[in-house]
Design a protein around this ligand. Structure first.
Ligand SMILES: [Zn+2]
Length: 82
């Protein structure tokens, strides 16, 4: 399972734990679509999954940052997400 975390306006947020139902649904949806595109991705060399950080000043200005064990997996994940 890949790790996805969310950071809004500099604060880590847990999509399961957001009071606002609309924001909650939005983050869940983003998480789901990320899982769909790269959920099965794994580095052949290091046997690691990529990590994804969804961050932005607000919910309508989010960008996606991928980190991982090596440039190869980061590139693969980034390509799939774009
Ligand atoms: Zn690797």
């Amino acid at each position: 399972m890949i790790g996805i975390s969310f950071e809004i306006n500099g604060k880590k947020v847990n999509p399961n734990n957001i009071g606002d139902a609309l924001e909650n649904a939005m983050l869940q949806q983003i998480g789901e679509s990320i899982k769909k595109s790269i959920g099965s991705l794994r580095c052949n060399e290091h046997n690691q999954t990529p990590k994804v950080l969804v961050k932005g000043k607000s919910l309508d200005k989010l960008s996606i940052e991928v980190s991982g064990c090596c440039d190869d997996i980061i590139k693969k994940a980034t390509d799939k997400l774009n």
